[in-house]
Write a protein that binds this ligand. Structure first.
Ligand SMILES: Cc1cc2nc3c(=O)[nH]c(=O)nc-3n(C[C@H](O)[C@H](O)[C@H](O)COP(=O)(O)O)c2cc1C
Length: 332
């Protein structure tokens, strides 16, 4: 039995696994599906632009949360210390946020061109000013998520981590790739193995954790306090729970079969409809189909049918038919 508790400032939880923030993915419905299994992991919203929060536009969907989400980190992006601080204060006053996370890792051109995301790794003093400004503005713990560096030649994660801690960061997640790698190549867990020799606050490693075994390997190789799981949860919302169970007991819970995964897809669709309304939700969920139906017989055919279908009833019918076929396939 292993103790997997984490303490971030005054936020303590019985897990060393977090859901990594993913724009357009880690919304309320997906987080709720994950919470059905893992009651204690750290959840993170998708990135929310501090600049857009200052504008008079509707943020209800991106800011939606439920009480059972504790501990929940709201992730902010931006590069102006005063603006991120103001956005953080707004989130604190609104309720729901237990931690404010700052995006220092997004590699997307549009984001880095504006000086946000991983561009901050090239402006560490500005990144420190952001952390200090947010710490001054809110009583919540403040965390940062960054990469190994901007390019292979500029791998400044160690110096950067020290600066973040000095500035007051209570927690950090390191995605073990550089900005120039984007999402390609294998995450280099070993590169950060000395970080915990210098950093006292909890550090989670991130990148390519897709199973309980890879989570354990990642933690051992990176020498960190925990792991952040991103794309691995797609199609398997129980993954974080299975990782936690493995860490606690050493037992591997079997990966669910395709019939179960399709059931989760149905739930996910229904929750998205509740949040966004049927028309928008049915477009929005298209990106999730390949993950939930991976491994079924005739997957490509079903995927093509699902992504072009606009009727809720027909989508549900197709999914039920697929479940029946998969059940028969397992029986034969
Ligand atoms: C579709 C997508 C959206 C993402 N959005 C964010 C984001 O909003 N904020 C952030 O810090 N990282 C974002 N990331 C990066 C992930 O948090 C994570 O660092 C990366 O996917 C590597 O972890 P993984 O291999 O477990 O997916 C995103 C990644 C993907 C694939």
């Amino acid at each position: 039995m292993k103790n997997i508790k984490t303490r971030i400032g005054n936020v303590e939880f019985d897990s060393c696994v977090s859901l990594a923030p993913m724009a357009g993915i880690t919304d309320l419905p997906l987080r709720q599906l994950i919470r059905k299994f893992s009651k204690t992991c750290l959840l993170t919203t998708e990135m929310i632009s501090s600049e857009s929060l200052m504008q008079n536009i509707d943020h209800t969907k991106i800011l939606a949360y439920e009480k059972n989400e504790y501990p929940l980190a709201f992730q902010l992006s931006g590069h102006k210390p005063w603006m991120i601080a103001k956005a953080a204060k707004m989130l604190e006053q609104r309720g729901g946020a237990n931690i404010i996370d700052i995006n220092m890792g997004c590699p997307v051109k549009k984001v880095v061109c504006g000086g946000d995301g991983s561009a901050l790794m090239r402006t560490p003093e500005l990144a420190c000013d952001i952390v200090k400004a947010v710490k001054d503005a809110v009583d919540l713990p403040v965390s940062v998520k960054f990469r190994l560096g901007y390019t292979v030649q500029e791998q400044n994660f160690m110096e950067y981590a020290k600066k973040m801690e000095e500035a007051g960061a209570d927690f950090m997640t390191i995605h073990c790739r550089t900005r120039s790698q984007m999402y390609s190549g294998k995450a280099d867990w070993a590169s950060i193995c000395d970080v915990k020799k210098e950093i006292k606050v909890p550090v989670f490693a991130n990148g390519d954790v897709v199973s309980p075994q890879s989570a354990k390997e990642c933690m051992e190789i990176s020498n960190t306090d925990g792991v952040a799981v991103g794309r691995g949860v797609l199609g398997q919302p129980d993954l974080i729970y299975r990782i936690e169970h493995y860490f606690k007991t050493g037992e591997i819970i079997k990966e669910p079969d395709t019939v179960q995964k399709i059931e989760w897809l149905k739930e996910h669709i229904n929750e998205e409809i509740t949040l966004r309304g049927e028309k928008v939700a049915l477009q929005f969920v298209r990106k999730f189909y390949p993950y939930y139906i991976r491994g079924v017989r005739d997957a490509a055919q079903y995927r093509a049918a699902l992504v072009t279908e606009e009727s809720y009833e027909k989508i549900m019918k197709l999914l039920s038919e697929l479940q029946e076929k998969e059940t028969e396939r397992y029986a034969s």
